[in-house]
Write a protein that binds this ligand. Structure first.
Ligand SMILES: Nc1ncnc2c1ncn2[C@@H]1O[C@H](COP(=O)(O)OP(=O)(O)O)[C@@H](O)[C@H]1O
Ligand SMILES: [Mg+2]
Length: 258
């Protein structure tokens, strides 16, 4: 049944343009080549995992797509149009949001303020529209099944899993096209990780493209439609999850035959 569903999903995905297309992307830091000749497409509703050893270039790639680092050369194409992603603000304007492992939320603030941090709606008097923020936060948390006491809760009172739920909810609220997740469950326990994975899977229904970095191959095989392997800045290959296995992916990551 799972394979029927995924082939139906694939068929519907393939009819559309990719939300993200990278062509010949390279990034040098001084004399170090962090990424060379990288190419990838991410389709709406698709989860692509980026795997590789430490230093392989995974975070650099996420930073290129999210406007933190400009690529040394290559093209970033969003829904068929080449874009210059020269700042995080610009990436956001293109509907791209990032979730990091280190739970980048404002600890002292409420959940609803975090959802709108830096992008708060104002009413016609120019005052913060708290009602709107609270209503939208509550709706989103409910839709994503992020279980927290209330939109008024302070971030520091939440568990790691709840915080990551809020971070993903924030990304979901603002991302119209693509969410990048860099080790979103690295700091979480088993049950919290399972909950975050559930939320990530639920994003497929919203037709958002998802690029996730994870060092857990179990997680990658649970979530991803396709798996892209990097080794020392080189793109080793991309596999459909249903057409590969952990042994092959490990061999690609390490460069050693299993
Ligand atoms: N800001 C930077 N300045 C210089 N070198 C960097 C910078 N960021 C990453 N690197 C280098 O680029 C390579 C890839 O790093 P990174 O993308 O963080 O790998 P990963 O996330 O796969 O562990 C490493 O050799 C790292 O030292
Ligand atoms: Mg990294």
């Amino acid at each position: 049944m799972a394979s029927l569903e995924s082939s139906a999903m694939e068929a519907s995905v393939n009819r559309q343009d990719p939300v993200l297309k990278l062509e010949q992307v390279r990034k040098n830091f001084g004399g170090v080549t962090a990424i060379e000749n990288f190419a990838l497409e991410v389709f709406p509703g698709e989860i692509v995992a980026l795997v590789g050893d430490n230093g392989a270039g995974k975070s650099t790639l996420v930073k290129i797509v999210s406007g933190v680092h400009a690529p040394t050369s290559g093209r970033i194409i969003i829904e068929g149009r080449e874009v210059a992603m020269s700042s995080a603000t610009m990436a956001r304007a293109h509907g791209i949001e990032v979730v990091y492992q280190d739970l980048a939320l404002a600890d002292q603030q409420t959940v609803y303020m975090n959802l709108f941090l830096g992008r708060e709606p104002v009413n016609r008097f120019g005052l913060l529209d708290r009602r709107k923020m609270i209503d939208e936060t509550e709706k989103l948390l409910k839709d994503l099944d992020v279980r927290i006491p209330s939109a008024h809760a302070t971030i520091r009172d939440l568990s790691g899993g709840q915080r990551q739920g809020v971070a993903i909810a924030r990304a979901t609220h603002w991302a119209s096209k693509l969410i990048l997740l860099d080790e979103p469950t690295a700091a979480l326990g088993v049950a919290e990780t399972a909950k975050v994975e559930e939320i990530v899977l639920s994003l497929k229904q919203r037709r958002i493209g998802i690029l996730i970095i994870s060092h857990s191959l179990d997680q990658v095989f649970r979530l991803a439609d396709r798996i892209c392997v990097l080794r020392r800045g080189k793109q080793i290959g991309v596999r459909k999850t249903v057409e590969t296995d952990k042994n092959e992916i490990i061999a690609m990551i390490t460069g050693l035959q299993q």
